[in-house]
Design a protein around this ligand. Structure first.
Ligand code: 5GP
Ligand code: MN
Length: 327
């Protein structure tokens, strides 16, 4: 469903707008939320920004990031509409949010997203699975609303696309994604400054955590599956946080011959958040859906409870099954 017109009309009619995105947000979640928020402000909307986990430190340079609140209670009043970006599964906005959404406080709920999986559950949906990033959809939505794109908006949307295309390396790097990116650069976004701010600004604790995690590297199925583990004690020892594991999955993925890469991140004694990446033969989105997660064909995630060995066995058996049908 991609109804720019109806979504556009609803936004135009709204005075007070709440914008939010998924927990543990990435560059697309934050960049598209801020880009859209700043754009709507220029239309005279009263904009409020909420993310349960706030803005990760490597994205704090993005214009408007200081406006994001991590407590919904700290934002008073009712909203005419609530825009949920980069997140089809409203449950991922935060605990209890889905139930509250129907309470009337949040007005018309609108999901703006490029994920393929899951039945969205808002009042209106703007879903474009062909879009490289939610930031790309936001670009066209703002154009549709005749918003003049400032350098600040362009910087946010460029960061969103940069992030979800893996710096224009992944298969979602379409001609259109590059055209929109070029347009954003013309509007003032600086690829060098944005890339440096995002990728060359890692806290030392993150690299120390990576060093510990790399020790757990394991390959299976003739080298076609590779995984890393991030255990809780590693976080404790390095002082790193959950957000510091961002990008770790690219290490097992970068190994020659690997088809499916995984990172198992410990969330509780027997609770594991799994990041999945595929080089193309396996659809990891449908794989993750088996375990209540989702995502894209080549990048997905899910959370499993149980001992690590057990969690691995359950996932690997599904991956092996998927690999059986591919040479
Ligand atoms: P990451 O591994 O970077 O956390 O997530 C990769 C992709 O999978 C992202 O597009 C993200 O939105 C999606 N994803 C990760 N975890 C989950 C999950 O628990 N549920 C759903 N529906 N999608 C997820
Ligand atoms: Mn995205």
């Amino acid at each position: 469903v991609s109804d720019f017109k109806e979504v556009g009309e609803t936004i135009k009619k709204s005075k007070r707008v709440l914008l939010t995105s998924h927990e543990n947000p990435d560059g697309d979640a934050i960049g598209s939320m801020l880009g859209l928020g700043l754009g709507l402000e220029s239309l005279g909307k009263e904009v409020f920004l909420y993310n349960k986990d706030g803005v990760p430190s490597h994205l704090e340079f993005l214009p408007g990031s200081d406006r994001v609140r991590s407590a919904l209670d700290s934002i008073p009043g009712v909203f005419d509409s609530t825009l949920i970006v980069d997140c089809t599964d409203v449950g991922r906005v935060g605990e209890g949010f889905q139930d509250e959404l129907g309470s009337g406080r949040f007005g018309t709920s609108i999901i703006i997203d490029h994920h393929q999986t899951r039945k969205p559950s808002a009042d209106l949906h703007l879903l474009v699975p062909d879009a490289s990033a939610t930031g790309e959809i936001v670009y066209f939505l703002l154009r549709c609303l005749s918003v003049e794109l400032t350098k600040d908006v362009a910087t946010n949307l460029f960061a969103a696309i940069l992030s979800d295309t893996g710096s224009f390396q992944y298969s979602n790097t379409t001609p259109q994604a590059l055209r929109v990116a070029a347009e954003l650069v013309e509007l003032g976004a600086s690829p060098a400054e944005i890339s440096q701010a995002i990728y060359e600004n890692e806290p030392l604790r993150k690299i120390r955590l990576l060093a510990l995690s790399i020790e757990t590297l394991e390959v299976a199925e003739d080298g076609r599956i590779a995984s890393l583990v991030v255990a809780k004690d590693m976080l404790d020892r390095t002082g790193a946080s959950r957000a510091d594991t961002e990008g770790f999955v690219n290490i097992p993925r970068s190994i020659k011959g690997v088809e499916v890469a995984l990172v198992f991140r410990q969330e509780g004694d027997a609770l594991w958040k799994v990041s999945l990446r595929s080089k193309g033969k396996v659809n990891v989105a449908s794989l993750a859906e088996n375990f209540g997660g989702g995502g894209h064909e080549r990048a997905a995630g899910c959370t499993l409870s149980g001992e690590l060995g057990d969690v691995k066995r359950r996932l690997y058996s599904k991956i092996k099954e998927a690999l059986c049908w591919k040479a």
